[in-house]
Design a protein around this ligand. Structure first.
Ligand SMILES: [Zn+2]
Length: 551
């Protein structure tokens, strides 16, 4: 009897040591960003999700159900930067996806850096770097914390979704090259003298050809009751015109004749391709292979392209999430087999949400609209010339609901900036859908009670942002070029753009949920606290203590 008892004690102790003991550090940290994933998508399609995907993360992990972006503009570049730096655009310097750059004295795309060349293609798609990002990232801090023993790799179809999370000193960051369908990088990254053999081998498999060789039909048969069946008149964003007038099932080989490999971005198979490559990176870069924590950043861009093109009530969008759910299940299983749940720390969030389609809301008699931002610069120049009696080029750019003034032109023509600003503000305030317009200086003086003053201030960088800012009413957006007739976009400080999922899973993470307010900037300092390393140097967030075991 005593021997039997001893046997059981031994078995139990061994079991405990092998399977239950939480190690001091995770082998691998995985950040998953789902581009444009609204909070409600966790639950809207729940009945069609499998048990191993989003439902598993929610059931076995800890969900911060009330996580919001605490700034505007809510775009992809600023979002990825905020997640990984804990800093809002006011400090990270990532004030948009593109803007008039007073330092460059021209329009810029966020990560463009012509000092560097493409690695892996003859295209110019690799001429990027993270040099625009003014804060370190949590991935930078992990590398700095242990003499670069931790490895960092980042994967995303979008360049900015890969580059900004990876920070300034990663081992690798890869993104999609539309002309070839291959994964590429930039000479910025020192390891990238040429594409590593494993990336070349992966590219040689030509998966985009396979993924685009079939039809895109619903993964679950029968009607998608969670989406709108009569959505045809609202689903034609002007993003990928080759979808216009067509519906599911899509003949992808036929669409590819017009869209080329870019078509992959708009289908759910872009996420499958991203995940396949990310798992290959884990295997071939030996991420998580030793006791020093490594960091893998994955960002799924497909849901954003799809959401823009078809809108948030489209069956295409639902199908995209159903397929992503299955991809996430596949990934969690991969992590189980390779590392075990206790050895990986995973978080899943989004870089912003997405709005209702304004014309649809109008048909339902809900106030909404599209502000014609693309036409505003020309109109304003005429208004200024008429009001001041001096024709000139007083505006560099109107974008992201900001106006960049041409200070040189005003000085040359001896025109007072406040006179120009006053014409612009008067015009904007008189337009439908404009809530208010003000100078940057005025915004800084508003009391915090002024609606969205703190959020707008956190979106302003003193050296980079526009001189005049305007704010639209709820359900209005300013992308008249792309989404005035159908589809949708994002960018506002309203909840549909700010409320995103945040789920923690794995190493030292409790099971549970909280509805306490959490800011997107809290992710990076929470990771820093759990890993016992410094938070990013621009961090403005707080540690979310309640997700951790023992708290
Ligand atoms: Zn985005």
């Amino acid at each position: 009897m005593r021997i039997l008892l001893l046997f059981f004690v031994l078995i139990f102790t061994t079991f405990n040591t092998v399977f239950s003991q939480t190690p001091a550090k995770p082998k691998l940290v995985v950040g998953i960003v789902v581009d444009q994933m609204r909070y409600d998508f966790l639950y809207r399609y729940e009945s069609k999700y499998v048990s191993g995907g989003f439902k598993r993360l929610l059931g076995e992990g800890f969900s911060c159900e009330n996580t919001h972006y605490n700034y505007a503009p809510t775009y992809t570049g600023p979002g990825h930067a905020a997640i990984y730096t804990g800093a809002t655009p006011s400090v990270s310097g990532i004030i948009g996806n593109e803007w008039w750059d007073p330092e460059w004295r021209k329009h810029r795309y966020v990560t463009t850096d012509e000092r560097y060349k493409t690695v892996g293609s003859t295209s110019d798609k690799g001429q990027h770097s993270p040099s625009v990002l003014l804060s370190t990232t949590i991935t930078d801090e992990l590398r700095l914390s242990n003499n670069f023993q931790s490895k960092v790799a980042s994967v995303c179809l979008k360049d900015r979704g890969s580059i900004l999370p990876a920070g300034h000193i990663p081992n690798a960051a890869y993104w999609f090259d539309d002309p070839t369908g291959n994964w590429i990088t930039s000479t910025y990254y020192p390891d990238s003298v040429g594409l590593p053999k494993w990336v070349q081998d992966f590219n040689a498999r030509r998966l985009p050809d396979t993924l685009l060789s079939k039809n895109w039909d619903k993964i679950v048969s029968g009607p998608y009751h969670e989406s709108f069946a009569d959505w045809d008149k609202y689903n034609d964003g002007d993003y990928a015109r080759y979808f216009i007038g067509k519906k599911m099932p899509y003949d992808l080989p036929d669409l590819k004749k017009t869209g080329g490999y870019s078509l992959l971005r708009f289908t759910p198979f872009g996420s499958t391709y991203t995940l396949d490559f990310a798992m290959e990176a884990v295997n071939r870069m030996q991420l998580g292979a030793d006791e020093v924590p490594d960091f893998l950043c994955i960002s799924f861009s497909g849901p954003d392209y799809c959401g823009h093109q078809f809108g948030i009530h489209a069956e295409e969008t639902e199908d995209t999430y159903l397929r992503l759910d299955r991809d996430i299940a596949r990934f969690l299983e991969f992590l189980d087999k390779k590392f075990g749940k206790n050895n990986v720390l995973v978080f899943l969030t989004a870089d912003h949400g997405g709005a209702e389609t304004p014309v649809h809301l109008n048909d339902l008699r809900i106030p909404a609209g599209v502000f014609p931002e693309s036409q505003t610069e020309e109109i304003l120049e005429k208004a200024i010339a008429a009001a001041l009696g001096i024709p000139g080029n007083f505006i560099h750019e109107v974008g992201n609901q900001q106006v960049w003034l041409n200070w040189d032109a005003m000085a040359d023509l001896d025109v007072k900036p406040e006179d120009v600003a006053s014409v612009i503000i008067d015009y904007l305030r008189a337009q439908p859908g404009v809530y208010d317009a003000f100078t940057r200086e005025e915004l800084m003086m508003f009391p915090p009670e002024y609606p969205f003053a703190p959020e707008l201030r956190r979106g302003i960088h003193p050296r980079r942002s526009g001189d005049i800012i305007f704010q639209l009413d709820p359900a209005w957006h300013a992308d008249d070029k792309g989404f005035s007739k159908g589809g949708t976009t994002h960018g506002s400080p309203y909840p549909y753009d700010t409320h995103v999922p945040l789920i923690w899973y794995g190493w030292k993470v409790k099971t549970g949920e909280t509805f306490a307010p959490v800011s997107i900037t809290d992710i990076a300092p929470t990771l820093a606290a759990m890993l016992r390393i410094m938070e990013p140097n621009g961090n403005q967030g707080n540690v979310i203590q309640e997700i951790m075991v023992g708290n």
